[in-house]
Design a protein around this ligand. Structure first.
Ligand SMILES: *Cc1c(COP(=O)(O)O)cnc(C)c1O
Length: 368
C-alpha cells in the first residue's frame, strides 16, 4: 500500500527530544520560544505564539482580533470545520463564500456582496498548498475596516507575489499536524506583527493570567500551551523547510507531467503570482469520466493506493445546519468539487516508481 502521506522526521528531531527528556524540560521550555522565533522569522512576522494544534491557533487568533457575539466572519465554504467552530465558539457567525474551481481557493469576486455592518473579519484560507488571491482581500479589509486572518496550515513555505503565506494578513494560523509541511506531531502557531494582538493571543493561550496579578482573570482564556518536546521537533523540522518544499514541488512536477495529458482529471493550476508547495497533490475528476471521487478512491485503494477525499462544504455539515445556518444557500463549485476531488499519495519520501505506479493505475481505471 502506498500511504497518502508520511512525515519526514529524520533530522535533528531525536537529538533535541532526548535533550528535553534529559534536562527535564518537558512542559514549557526554551525550545518553544526558539521555535516561535525561528518560524516567525522565516515567515516574516514579528511574533509567533506556539499552541497545541491548528484549530487552537485559529481560536487564539479569533480571540486576538476581539471577535464578539453577533459579529460575522467571512470564509470559504470549502474548508475544514475548525474555521467555523472557532467563530461559533465566540458567538460569531461564519458567513460563506464559494470557491473558484481552478485552485479551490475562495472566490474573491464574491466576497464584497457578503460584507455587512456586522462583518469583522475575513479568513484567507490557502488551500492544498496554493495561496489564495489575498491582495483583493486586503483591499476589501481596508475599505471596510476588517481584519484578515490567514489560515496558512497547508502552505508553509509557499509564496504569494514574493511574500510568504502566513506573513501577509493581520494575523495568521498554522497547523503543525503530522501531515503538514512542517510538523510537531500535534501543534499550531499564531503569527502577527501587531504587538497588541500578539499579547492577546499569548494571554489566551495561557488562561488569560494577568501579568500584574497571578490567578486573577478579567477574560476567559484556554490552555493551549505547546510542550518543549514539540518545540524541539519543530526546530529540527524548520531547519529543513526549504528542502521539504523543493521535494514537494519536485513530486508535484512529476505528477503534473504524467497526469496533465490525461483527459478527465485535472490538478490545481499554479497561478503566475504563486509559488505553491503541493501540500497534497489534489485532483478533480470530470463528471464526463463517469467516475466520482468516492468510487475512484475505492478502486485505487483496492490497487494499493491510499488517497483522501476533499472537504465537504460547510453548508452541508449537519452540525451547522442544526444551528439554522445556510438553509437555502448554495455553493455549487464547493458542492461539485467535494464530490469529484481527492488527493493522491504525497509523502516527501515518495519515489518516482511509486508516482508512476499511481498514475498507471489511474490511466488503467479511466481506460486511457
Ligand atoms: C490542518 C488544518 C487545520 C486544523 O489543524 P489541526 O492541527 O488539525 O487542528 C486548520 N485549517 C487548515 C486549512 C488545515 O489544513
Amino acid at each position: 500500500m502506498i500511504p497518502v502521506n508520511l512525515p519526514l522526521v529524520d533530522g535533528r528531531e531525536k537529538e533535541l527530544l532526548i535533550e528535553c527528556i534529559e534536562s527535564g524540560w518537558i512542559s514549557e521550555g526554551p525550545y518553544v520560544k526558539k521555535f516561535e522565533e525561528n518560524f516567525s522569522n522565516f515567515i516574516g512576522m514579528n511574533h509567533g505564539i506556539a499552541v497545541t494544534n491548528g484549530t487552537a491557533a485559529l481560536e487564539a487568533a479569533i480571540f486576538a482580533i476581539d471577535l464578539k457575539e453577533g459579529d460575522e466572519v467571512i470564509m470559504p465554504s470549502f474548508t475544514i470545520i475548525s474555521c467555523a467552530i472557532v467563530a461559533l465558539r465566540f458567538g460569531a457567525k461564519p458567513v460563506l463564500v464559494d470557491i473558484e474551481p481552478l485552485t479551490w481557493n475562495i472566490n474573491v469576486d464574491q466576497i464584497e456582496s457578503k460584507i455587512t455592518s456586522r462583518t469583522k473579519a475575513i479568513m484567507a484560507i490557502h488551500m492544498y498548498g496554493h495561496p489564495c488571491d489575498i491582495d483583493p482581500i486586503l483591499d476589501l479589509a481596508k475599505k471596510y475596516n476588517l481584519k484578515v486572518i490567514e489560515d496558512a496550515s497547508q502552505v508553509a513555505g509557499a509564496l504569494y507575489k514574493e511574500k510568504r503565506c502566513g506573513g501577509i494578513g493581520h494575523i495568521s494560523a498554522f497547523s503543525l499536524y503530522a501531515n503538514k509541511i512542517v510538523t510537531t506531531g500535534e501543534g499550531g502557531m499564531v503569527m502577527t506583527s501587531d504587538d497588541k494582538m500578539a499579547d492577546r493571543a499569548r494571554s489566551y493561550r495561557n488562561l488569560c493570567f494577568r501579568p500584574d496579578r497571578r490567578f486573577y482573570h478579567t477574560e476567559l482564556g484556554n490552555n493551549l500551551r505547546m510542550t518543549n518536546m514539540q518545540g524541539a521537533i519543530g526546530i529540527a523540522q524548520l531547519e529543513r523547510i526549504d528542502e521539504f518544499v523543493e521535494i514537494k514541488r519536485a513530486n508535484g512536477a512529476r505528477y503534473r507531467e504524467l497526469l496533465d495529458p490525461i483527459p478527465g482529471i485535472r490538478a490545481q493550476i499554479e497561478k503566475p503570482w504563486a509559488k505553491m508547495v503541493y501540500w497534497m497533490y489534489a485532483v478533480e475528476l470530470d463528471e464526463s469520466t463517469g467516475w466520482d471521487a468516492e468510487k475512484m478512491m475505492a478502486e485505487l485503494f483496492s490497487r494499493g493506493v491510499e488517497t483522501r477525499p476533499f472537504f465537504i462544504g460547510l453548508h452541508e455539515q449537519p452540525a451547522l445546519l442544526d444551528k439554522g445556518l445556510y438553509r437555502n444557500e448554495e455553493f455549487p463549485v464547493t458542492y461539485n468539487s467535494s464530490r469529484q476531488g481527492f488527493y493522491l499519495p504525497s509523502s516527501m519520501s515518495l519515489t518516482d516508481t511509486q508516482i508512476n505506479f499511481v498514475v498507471d493505475q489511474i490511466k488503467d481505471i479511466l481506460e486511457v
